[in-house]
Design a protein around this ligand. Sequence first.
Ligand code: NAD
Length: 324
Amino acid sequence: MSEKILVAGGGGFIGGHLVQRLLDEGHQVRSVDLKPTSGWYQVHADAENLVLDLAEKGACETACADIDRIYNLAADMGGMGFIENNKALCMLSVLINTHMLQAAQQAGVKRFFYASSACVYNGEKQTDPNVTALAEADAYPAMPEDGYGWEKLFSERMCRHYREDYGLETRVARYHNVYGPEGTWTGGREKAPAAICRKVVEAKLSGDHTIEVWGDGLQTRSFMYVDDCVEGTIRLTDSDIIEPINIGSSELVTINQLTDLAAEIAGIEITRNHDLTAPQGVRGRNSDNTLILEKMGWEPSIPLRDGLTKTYNWIYEQVTAAQG
Ligand code: NAD
């Protein structure tokens, strides 16, 4: 059934892909972002596109008017280099989700999705690169990523209490590293897959095949292609799963393996230069998909090689266009 849907943060990476999918499904979509539309990764002509600061309660009321369902993806965030150096700024996103929940409840919105993060998980469970995958219960006792992770964990609980106390049907996903085209690839907020693709493209174009890698490269992560993220987000919001749930890939790689895969896609040999002083985040992190498989019978499954090839090709176009 067609609904009127608000995507908060629709000018961002995941939001832009989600808006497209919802339009394809025949919904009416209102896409809202803080940035002027010239800075949106995707502007969909068939959506209602609004520029509003959703940290302001009045702006949230405007955004929520006549809306059936909300996907709240708006947040001030970036890769590890950004979140380690901007903790207060990341925590200010609490204003967005708080005002969005208040406005949604007042407007009689039926369903509310919140994009949380694997950064809510207790840091002490992520000190080993041969990590045991993180299951949902591992968020407590709480010791999340400082700044960004604390805000996410608080906002998760706010969603829970809006459901329990006011009957707003909230759904919460803990995304694990999302990557793909039409996202941040330069400027300091980009995440590892985009940063590594960009460095490999620059190496290929310049002929200097030495690449700087943050840390010793032995830190492990899993990376989810954006199409899987959008699919999981919609499935979760449609579901009756009321607890926060992992939406992430369980294909674990080291950062060195990720770099080598990007080089293989580019068709070049590279030399890695490790910057041991750069921000690295936790030592190892993977998504335990037991719960999502049990509850949904589905998990993100697009192979890293396939997703990274699409991402690399898109970043190649961006770099060559920027170089003129
Ligand atoms: P993004 O930065 O591309 O998108 C977020 C958007 O929110 C941006 O376009 C930004 O302008 C907008 N925004 C920020 N402050 C706003 C405000 N006050 N009012 C309106 N809009 C505002 O990030 P993304 O990668 O698309 O992430 C979307 C969501 O998913 C975020 O909540 C993020 O924390 C979460 N998440 C992402 C990842 C990932 O790997 N990309 C992982 C875990 C969680």
